[in-house]
Design a binder for this molecule. Sequence first.
Ligand code: FAD
Length: 341
Amino acid sequence: MNIKDYKDIAVFVEQRHGEIQSVGLELICEAKKLAKVSDQKVVAIVLGDKVKPMADTLISYGADKVVYVEDAHLKAYSTEPYSQALFTVLDGLKPNIVLIGATTTGRDLAPRMSVKLNTGLTADCTLLEMKTVEGYDDKIVVTDNKDLLMTRPTFGGNLIATIVCPDNRPQMSTVRPGVMQKTEANTSLKGEVVEVKVSFDAKRFKVEVLEEVKEKSDAKDITEQAILVAGGRGIKKEELFKKLSVLADKLNGGVGSSRGLVDMGWADHGIQVGQTGKTVRPEVYFAFGISGAIQHAAGMEESGLIIAVNKDKDAPIFKIADLGLVCDLEPVINGLIDALK
Ligand SMILES: Cc1cc2nc3c(=O)[nH]c(=O)nc-3n(C[C@H](O)[C@H](O)[C@H](O)COP(=O)(O)OP(=O)(O)OC[C@H]3O[C@@H](n4cnc5c(N)ncnc54)[C@H](O)[C@@H]3O)c2cc1C
C-alpha cells in the first residue's frame, strides 16, 4: 500500500473500570489540531467489555469517528487480548498516525503495535506537528502536511530531538498524561460510531487476570490539583517535608516532589514531577528547595504561576519562576502556614 493512501489520526483511548482516562481526551484534542492543518479525521479507538456508551464523550471532545470493540476478554487490561484487538482495528483502518497515552498500559501496548505494524514509534513526545519533510540535514520543507514531527527530550533531557518516520506508516507516538491540553467538551458535535468484531486467538493468552487490587494511597492525584506545593532536596528535614501537606491542605492543593526526595525515600514516586515522573500544569506551583534541573522543569514549566524558594540565587529554577525568593525555605513554609491559620 502506498504511503499516501494511509489517512486519518487514530487515538487509542484508554479506559479503566469503565472510566475514560484523561490522557485519551487530551490526545483527541491534540489530534483535532493536527487533523485541521492536514485535512484528516480523528478516529478514537476504545476497547473493553462495555464501552459503547463512551462514544458520546469521545465525540464531544472532537472525535469524528469512534471505533469500539466490546468483548469479555477486554474487561481488565491484559497484553495479548488488547494487542490482538487493537491490531485488528488498526490493520483495518490503515491510519496515517496513531497516538497512545504513555501510561503503564500504553507503554506496554504501543511498542507491540509498532512491531506488529512494522513501523517506528517515538515515545514520550512533548510536541507534535504536521509538516512534510524533504531532506534531513537542515531543511524542513512544508508541502502537503502529512508527516508527523515528533519532538521529545533525549540524552537525559539534555537534548531535544525531532523525529520523523518518513518511510513507514502509521506514524506512531506516545505522549504522557498532562503534556497535551484538553479543551472543553462540546456536546453538539456529531460523529460516526462503528463496532469492530475481533476473533481472538485465545491460545496465545498467557496471562489470566484473577483479581485487581487497587493500591491504597491518601495522596491526591497531582495532575488534577490547581495548587501544588512541591519540595526538593533543599528540604533537609523529613518533618519539614511533612509540613508541606499542612500548607497544601490550607491552600486546598496537593504535594509534589522532585526526584531528589523520591530517591531519598521521603516521597512516593506517584507525586514525582518531571521527565520520569508526572507532567503537571497547576495554576500555582510552589518549588521549595528544588534546583530546577531540566528533567524537573520538563514536568512543571507550563504551570500558571511558579513561585520558587531557594537560597541559591543562581539556581536554574529562577529562570522559569514568575516569583522568586532567595532565602532559607523553612521560615517561608512556617510563615505561610501561620498566615493561613
Ligand atoms: C534520566 C533522568 C531523569 C530524571 N527525571 C527527573 C524527574 O522526573 N524529576 C526530577 O525532579 N528530577 C529528575 N531527574 C533528576 C534531576 O536531574 C535532578 O537531580 C533532581 O531534580 C534534583 O532534585 P532537587 O532539585 O530536589 O535537588 P538538588 O538539585 O540537590 O537541589 C536542591 C536545591 O535546594 C536548595 N537549597 C538547599 N538548602 C536550602 C534551604 N535551606 N532553603 C532554600 N533552598 C535550599 C539548593 O540551593 C538547591 O538548588 C532525572 C535525572 C535523569 C538523569
